[in-house]
Design a protein around this ligand. Structure first.
Ligand code: DNO
Length: 404
């Protein structure tokens, strides 16, 4: 696999010369300063591309070319926004950048309730606590009908939490769920917004009446509209799975499991319509086995995020070490290395360790933790390459003990 790294542009404290020191080959980035929905010009794309290449690296993947909310809920201006998207895609294609990651999650991208969950070894990782999330939904957002989405026991635990949660903890919960994790990925809510909860509630309103079927229909509409451009320039679109891969806040989520993935790949059955295989997002749902999904969808996977999680049956999960957990990264590497050895792969998230806390990195994107995870993953890749070279890949190792 191609060793890529998510880099947040020229303002990123982790610079391109630093990345070269530890073997990064490809860059995953976006034109982060361009507001969502506006065209990415040829000039801006080629300037950034040249900058990356001047450091002897290549711009391998765009993550993300964001899909505006109005395209997702089918607003009046969606055709105009899709036209803009097509121009941006064509401009990327003309510059030779052909792998585009995006997501189709309404309103909120990835969700965590705690960005500094202390682990027993002193490092911290990202955490999703089902009860704190329910608290945010029922007590903070006060979403109408929210209680229906939780069990009696969960609601009881939310009530218990209400008795002891501090104002500071509430603020930090809001910050983790809708501010710090969102600003740098989709721009719906930013750090300096004074009342993020109200902005969020307004966004939720846009999805009243949009159920799974309607969202699927809107995704198809979008994909059908852009496929001709993808065909013309050889662009591979790869949707990021919903993180976490289950329904939240009354919003439909449609990239959560095997059936969902099969559905959108078949609905627009073009090889350019593909998947970002995010092992972390998928493994956070106890209904998913990443090995089964990788085996089944390897052919339509254009980009891989390597990360692992530990999920509990109550719907909470934490990000585990890249060597452990439900991600089963070694098996995934076996599958993807065999399928397409040049597939771009990036380390996804890392723990915060050693000096990481001093640098105020974007959550999940610290230097030392990610570099450490990359070293572990490089070790796994080296072993798998050796297995393949010696044709020692034992199918039983790839498949594990389950049947497809
Ligand atoms: C979080 C990321 C996501 C991802 C987008 C892709 O760490 O994996 O924000 O970049 O969903 O569109």
């Amino acid at each position: 696999m191609e060793n890529t790294w998510r880099w947040f542009g020229k303002g990123d404290k982790i610079t391109l010369p630093m990345l070269r020191q530890f073997g990064v080959e490809g860059i995953v980035t976006a034109l982060h300063s361009i507001p969502n929905g506006e065209v990415w010009s040829l000039k801006d794309i080629s300037e950034l591309k040249q900058y990356i290449e001047s450091h002897k690296l290549r711009w391998s993947v765009v993550e993300s070319l964001p899909v505006s909310e109005s395209i997702k809920y089918g607003g009046e201006d969606r055709d105009q926004l899709i036209e803009n998207y097509k121009i941006s895609l064509a401009n990327l294609g003309k510059c030779g950048i052909k792998t585009i990651c995006y997501n189709f999650m309404p309103v909120i991208d990835w969700i965590r309730t705690d960005l500094n969950f202390l682990r027993e070894d002193g490092t911290t990782s990202l955490y999703f606590d089902r009860i704190r999330f329910a608290y945010f939904d029922i007590r903070i957002l006060q979403r109408v009908g929210a209680e229906k989405d939780y069990t009696d026991n969960e609601i009881k635990r939310v009530e218990e939490l209400e008795k002891r949660i501090t104002e500071e903890e509430k603020k930090s919960l809001i910050d983790s769920i809708i501010v710090k994790t969102q600003g740098f990925v989709n721009g719906n809510i930013n750090e300096n917004d004074i009342d993020p909860v109200s902005i969020f509630k307004e966004l939720l309103k846009k999805y009243e009446g949009i159920d799974r079927n309607k969202l699927r229909e809107n995704m198809c509409y979008f994909l059908n509209a852009i496929m001709p451009i993808c065909d013309e320039y050889g662009i591979n679109m790869c949707v990021h799975p919903d993180d976490p891969p289950f329904q939240v806040l009354g919003l439909p989520r449609i990239v959560t499991n095997e059936e969902d993935i099969s559905w959108f790949l078949n609905a627009v059955n073009n090889p350019h319509n593909g998947l970002t295989f995010c092992a972390g997002s998928l493994s956070a749902g106890v209904h998913n086995d990443t090995r089964v999904l990788a085996k089944k969808f390897a052919e339509r996977t254009h980009f891989v995020h390597l990360r692992s999680t530990e999920a509990t049956s109550d719907g909470s999960f934490t990000e585990s070490s890249h060597l452990e957990g439900r991600g089963h990264l070694i098996d995934l590497i076996r599958i993807f290395e065999k399928q397409s050895p040049k597939l771009p792969m990036r380390i996804d998230h890392g723990r915060n360790m050693l000096d990481d806390d001093k640098n105020n990195y974007n959550p999940g994107y610290a230097l030392i933790g990610r570099m450490f995870a990359l070293a572990q993953v490089e070790g796994m890749i080296a072993v798998v390459k050796d297995e393949i070279k010696n044709m020692k890949v034992d199918e039983s190792k790839v498949h594990g003990t389950y049947t497809l």
